[in-house]
Each structure stands twice: as C-alpha cells, then as structure tokens.
Write a protein that binds this ligand. Structure first.
Ligand SMILES: [Ca+2]
Length: 196
C-alpha cells in the first residue's frame, strides 16, 4: 500500500515539474497543478468536504471521493441528501502563503465526467480576490475542459478558488499567477491616486 502511494506521488511530481517548466517559460510567477493522482487536494485546499474511500448509498452532507479510471484518477463531488449540501473544495492561491501584487492569471480544469444529466450534475466555480473585491461565479453542467481568466481589479495577495458540485468530477486543476514588480505596484498605486 505504501509503495503504491509512493509511486503515485512520483508520477504526480513528474507531471508537476513538466507543467512548471512550460508555465515558467510563458512568464508565470506561480503555478499550481494537480492531476489528482495523489492526495494533495486534501492538504493543499483550506476548505473541503470530508474525503471518503467509498461513498455510502445514503449520506446527508456532501462528500469527496477519488474515482479511478483506466489511466486516470479524478476527484468526484457527491452532493448529500440534505438541501444545499453539495460537496466543496476551496483553495487559497498561492498555497504556500500570500504573495504581494498578483495582477493576473489563469485557471483551468477538466470535468471528465458528469454522471447526472444536466441540470442535476452541477459544478459552481467561484473566484475571488483578497481585499480588492471583484470575482465571479461560473456554473458548469457538462463534462469538458474549462479555462477561465483571473483578473483582480487591483493587485492582491491571494486568489480564492472554490469548487462546489454534485454529480461531477474534477481533474487536471491548473492555476498560474502573474505578479507585478514592486516598481510596477508603485506606478499602479500612483495611477489609482491620480484618478481618485
Ligand atoms: Ca487525473
């Protein structure tokens, strides 16, 4: 069992380093990637529904459980039987701690399967920015690969990404963030003061 986990972590690391290499060449200051082959989501997220090995037939609260495909592993969102008890998973990026001056970025993820027919299979993604307002919520009802822009109204220290879902899976979560330099931040502040 221990050996299986170690080899999965090894594969995850390889994928991560390949992604980092590609993202750095594109000029990103921070990248995060999870293909859900390991259990990183449990510790990297700061807010989440209980993770369970097996989803019981009856459960009141939303649950998260990994789904093993033939070559892929994804994270399933199972809404509970209570009203508004979707499963949830929330991140604060950068995961390691605040970074000053996040000015833009990109969020992409795959919904590999939706096992309810729309509109029952639902995933909401909410993006919000610490201390500067703005943000948005998008709703997804079908499988696919989705790409969203991260554009805070002013440089911020953290970007919150919350997934709330029922009857859908999440895979290949990728976040890239670009920060302004201290000089750029001063200019930005001066421009804001000028138009106040
Ligand atoms: Ca995967």
């Amino acid at each position: 069992m221990r050996r299986t986990i170690a080899s999965r972590a090894g594969v995850g690391l390889l994928v991560l380093s390949l992604t980092l290499g590609a993202a750095v060449s594109a000029g990103a200051d921070y990248t995060y990637f999870d293909d859900f082959s390991g259990d990183d989501a449990m510790t990297d997220s700061y807010w989440h529904s209980p993770f369970v090995e097996e989803v019981p037939p009856v459960h009141l609260e939303g649950l998260l459980s990994y789904i093993d495909g033939i070559n892929e592993r994804a994270l399933g969102f199972y809404g509970g039987f209570e009203v508004s008890s979707e499963a949830y998973l929330g991140y604060a990026f950068p995961v390691a701690g605040p970074a000053p001056g996040i000015a833009s970025g990109a969020l992409s993820f795959e919904v590999p399967i939706a096992w309810h027919r729309p509109p029952q299979g639902l995933m909401f993604v909410t993006v919000s920015y610490e201390g500067v307002g703005g943000g948005f919520t998008e709703t997804f009802t079908q499988s696919g690969v989705y790409e969203l822009e991260i554009v805070p109204p002013a440089p911020c220290e953290r970007v919150y990404v919350h997934f709330v879902g029922d009857g859908m899976a999440l895979d290949d979560l990728s976040v890239t963030l670009m920060s302004v330099t201290p000089t750029e931040r001063e200019t930005w502040g001066a421009i804001k003061a000028l138009y106040r």
